[in-house]
Design a protein. Structure first.
Length: 116
């Protein structure tokens, strides 16, 4: 049940955010994931882009949402993401610390830090 092991407690302790920026295209992607005690998770994402050319400047923004079920067991994380992956599947997770001793979760190559 969620909350039983160390990884569960860490995931439940805070929302988790990732930020990536492409300096070539000027696009940025922000993701915020919340793990809920009932075994579900939800994600809110925002992509923002900016381009300029002969016709002037163009700013774009798009929001996305996702969600599914999750379970942590023996330090391993399993998540579903319906409708594409309705079954719980393993996620490659590593937990490290940043220079402020705050935990960083690396999940399938994406770094997430605690956020509001």
């Amino acid at each position: 049940k969620p909350g039983a092991d160390q990884l569960s407690r860490l995931l439940l302790s805070s929302p988790w955010c990732s930020f990536s920026y492409n300096k070539v295209s000027g696009a940025s992607i922000t993701k915020r994931v919340v793990f809920h005690r009932n075994g579900s998770w939800s994600l809110n994402g925002r992509a923002e882009g900016y381009s300029s050319g002969d016709g002037g400047a163009l700013a774009s923004q798009s929001d996305s949402e996702a969600g599914g079920q999750w379970r942590a067991q023996d330090g391993r994380l399993f998540m579903s993401n319906p409708p594409g992956s309705p079954e719980l599947s393993p996620v490659n997770v590593a937990v490290t610390q940043n220079s402020n001793d705050s935990p960083i979760i690396n999940a399938d190559g994406v770094e997430y830090s605690m956020c509001r």
